[in-house]
Design a protein around this ligand. Structure first.
Ligand code: HEC
Length: 108
């Protein structure tokens, strides 16, 4: 249920309908990244620890092959890194891409 909780916190935090005067920047932690990974449905195409699709590569050990900075750039705009790639632009903000890269960097 950890993912579910993080996801809910994110949703509440991002919608900001309760307290619009408090605008906190998204903390770029691996936990937030993990929640975003679930929210953005990366697992439709990617598997981690045996869960998820197989259209994209398995990301269980992605940090062994990829630098965190590379992943953040890739997530922000896959086409810019590798023109013609089948990975779609997920419409992530810079912060979201950085947080997800932070999470993927823990996958070694
Ligand atoms: C529609 C399917 C699809 C979705 C959704 C998707 N990806 Fe991908 N992803 C791919 C494919 C296909 C590749 C391989 C692209 C290539 O080699 O050109 C890839 C490659 C990657 C890579 C590079 C891995 C490597 O070692 O080269 C990372 C990291 C990644 N995806 C993360 C994500 C994350 C995080 C999300 C969610 C925000 C996501 N992907 C959503 C299909 C998808």
């Amino acid at each position: 249920m950890r993912l579910g909780l993080v996801g809910m916190c994110l949703l509440i935090g991002l919608s900001g309908c309760n307290r619009p005067e408090v605008e906190k920047p998204l903390p770029l932690t691996a936990e937030i990244g993990e929640g975003l990974y679930a929210l953005k449905r990366c697992s439709t195409c990617h598997a981690i620890d045996g869960k998820g699709g197989n259209i994209g590569c398995d990301l269980s050990r992605v940090a062994k092959r990829r630098e965190k900075e590379w992943m953040a750039r890739w997530l922000k705009d896959p086409q810019a890194v590798r023109p013609g790639t089948r990975m779609p632009d997920m419409g992530l903000s810079d912060e979201e891409a950085l947080a997800i890269a932070e999470y993927l960097d823990t996958r070694r």
